[in-house]
Design a protein around this ligand. Sequence first.
Ligand code: ZN
Length: 466
Amino acid sequence: MSRLFKASGILSFCFFLIPVFVFTQEENQNQDALFIKEIHREALSHGFGYEVLRHITQDVGHRLAGSEGAAAAVEYTKQVMQDEGLEVRLQECEVPRWVRGEPSEVRIVNSEQIGTKLLNSLALGNTISTPKTGLTAPIVEVTSLDEVDKLGSTLQGKIVFYNRPADVTQYRTFNAYGGAVDQRVFGASRAAKYGAIGVIVRSINPALDDIPHTGSCVYTDPTQQIPAIAISTNDAVLLSALNKRETIKINMISHGRMLTPTISYNVIGEIRGSEFPDEIILVGGHLDSWDVGEGAHDDGTGCAHAIDVLHILRKLNYQPKRTIRCVMFMNEENGLKGALAYQEASDANGEFHLAAIESDSGGFTPRGFSCDADSEVFAKYFQKMTQWNNLLEPYYISLEKGGSGADINPLKSQKGMLIGLRPDSQRYFDYHHTSTDTFDKVNRRELELGSAAMASLVFLIDKYGL
Ligand SMILES: [Zn+2]
């Protein structure tokens, strides 16, 4: 056999192989596109996730960690997962137990221009109470924690009013939120350092309206705790305008208090993988919510999405190669104890999360996924994921680099891909942490499209790995 003949033999062999390979890849893409279409058909047809959401929000109601609502939500989602044929277990975690008590009050008491006026207020989560008759003092308006440091001891005996607005020019409202939230979380601790007796905080919401927003306040020094209450954005504008013309005194009353910690649970259900059971793909949301409204967009929709993903795949008789695990995390809002208990147990058991997807940005129309990992892992995994762009584009779903979710973030050290569902964010902060975050604010189709987007990505990661 001549050298030339051998070479041409290899060539013809290659020519024969390449078209077959291309055909197979095309064939796979077609099959995948069809399956993703089936996922959407299933998600949009049967209203399963919407019914789960209805129960968590309307029947159970709000679900702050340690509350009766939280316990009822644990029982209900455990039952739903069992009915879905998943292997289910509860994972214990010790959670803080804060109670709001009677509604808070913030009242302007001395304005020459308007007399006395009760403002729309809502105590911040974890806050301590005031004396029964409240605290009365002049306010000092600031727009940052640094400004508090500069004012220092002049704040002695005053009530600090944090009034930096969320930046309305940000396209992504989560960025506007991120740019203002330090006042709510650390404002009380910072002001207490200089002898302030209380703080009121402008609600973190780009819109101007009358609805106050709660959220966690963190006391960094347990010996220096002062009460903290949010007021609506409209009232913050009014208070600021009045205070520019005269020194305004307010009376603030809060009844919040921290009880002894209690035991609660993460709810975990899974289908074990047939080929690579040790590679876990997690889908999750957090089961707890604030103690006002029904915790619909935050985060009933995330819980409904996660359970719906498993339901959709089961209805389509999909047999996963990898372990698909659904997790309802407890206590995201005021402690993250569920997430930490989960990560500790997972690490101790030597588990590996190939991917974790959290939905905790509302139940609006999905726009894409935000992906996060160690830089080396990210480069490798993300490149693989972008090969699926043409399968996701028909549903307007894109993949980008960015943060994932508070509950899955501790899993980063396992060197898998962490992923956050990113729905349209324009209306999310109308409802976030308020009494108006209720079931009726969730559009059924938008919710279902979120489940379908997550199920599609889970399917692709399961089928091809990362
Ligand atoms: Zn949330």
